[in-house]
Write a new protein. Structure first.
Length: 340
């Protein structure tokens, strides 16, 4: 089968590889479409914490079941599906309480021999597979995984009806977090970025305010002025230097910020501001099964404008171009899909 490899940093190629081996409780999926994620770009640059080249890249997909192991009971050939691409040990407290994302032995595509999703076929354990509603397209289905990230972040933030929310970063994850925040009841949502086209997407996705922060030293004050005060919650979807301190400065007393972005290096912040105002910083790592189910339901109910999020649809032969588009933010790119 054909598979997209990040062979070396900044080098994406298509290779012929063997079909993945199917275990007793595995499902083999014919991949119809895969998505390029921000964390894939970290691998592309050689910066990912644990997923290193050479590797079959990708963890977002939608496709059709073409084969099932003898022990599979919930799926059959022809089912249209997506995947929650993570597995735990199954025995630790985290796994037993439904928090696979906490498992110390958590596995993901592209690690320990598990092929990534950017290939003609993808094998995965039955318990990671989810049927798509008949009314959902494959393009909507591929958004389930990144949207589950946004759903999880909104739950970690405990966004409630009427909350005033800031989202720092208007890439695909930031925009999907925006959709999740709106679905949770946030009535005022300000989105920041340094690219006007991304902020235009935020408006289409339901942001009440946007702010381009490039070359602005006083944008914190401008953001507060725009919404008439401080924010109840802040979602951090851009891992740039100083952004934790920015988020804390935007919060009201007792407010909460959630870190969604992938960070490299250290971040500094004003601990006095955090402590004396009883503000909170909360980590956020992938999602749970509950988040994935909610993501499917919310997409199917029309809460995600996929025509805003998805800006490019390329053949897998053009995957290298897709990675460049996302990395360089060329051609007003947001979510780039790779078709098989």
């Amino acid at each position: 089968m054909k598979a997209v490899y990040v062979e070396n940093a900044y080098e994406v190629i298509v290779k012929e590889v063997e079909l993945p081996q199917l275990a007793d409780k595995d499902v083999l999926i014919k991949v119809k479409v895969a998505g390029i994620c921000g964390s894939d770009i970290h691998t592309y640059k050689g910066l990912h914490l644990f997923r290193k080249p050479p590797v079959i890249i990708g963890h977002e997909l939608a496709g059709e079941v073409v084969e099932v192991g003898d022990g599979v009971t919930k799926f059959q050939v022809g089912d249209r599906v997506t995947v929650e691409p993570q597995v735990g040990c199954g025995n630790c407290e985290a796994c037993l309480t439904g928090n696979v994302n906490y498992c110390a032995h958590r596995g993901a595509p592209g690690l320990n021999g598990w092929y990534g999703t950017m290939a003609e076929y993808f094998a995965t354990p039955e318990h990671t597979v989810f049927k798509l509603p008949d009314t959902m397209t494959y393009d909507q289905g591929v958004l389930v995984e990144p949207f589950a990230v946004g759903v999880h972040a909104v739950r970690k933030a405990d966004i409630q009806l009427g909350d005033k929310v800031a989202i720092l970063g208007a890439g695909p994850i930031g925009l999907l977090a925006l959709a999740a925040a709106k679905a949770a009841g946030a009535t005022t949502v300000l989105v920041t970025d340094i690219m006007d086209y991304a902020l235009e997407g935020a408006v289409k996705m339901g942001a009440t305010h946007t702010l381009n922060t490039i070359n602005k030293q006083d944008w914190i004050a401008e953001a507060k002025e725009a919404v008439g005060g401080e924010f109840d919650k802040v979602l951090i979807a851009a891992g740039v230097p100083g952004i934790i301190d920015n988020a804390i400065s935007l919060l009201r007393k007792g407010g909460r910020c959630v870190t969604i972005a992938m960070f490299h290096g250290t971040q500094t912040f004003d601990i006095v501001n955090l402590q004396q105002s009883e503000k909170e910083i909360v980590g956020c790592m992938t999602y749970t099964r509950e988040d994935t189910i909610a993501a499917i339901e919310l997409i199917n109910a029309g809460h995600v404008a996929e025509d805003v999020i998805i800006t490019h649809k390329l053949s897998y032969e053009e995957a290298a171009r897709g990675f460049r588009l996302v990395d360089k933010k060329e051609e007003s790119s947001l979510k780039v899909l790779v078709k098989f």
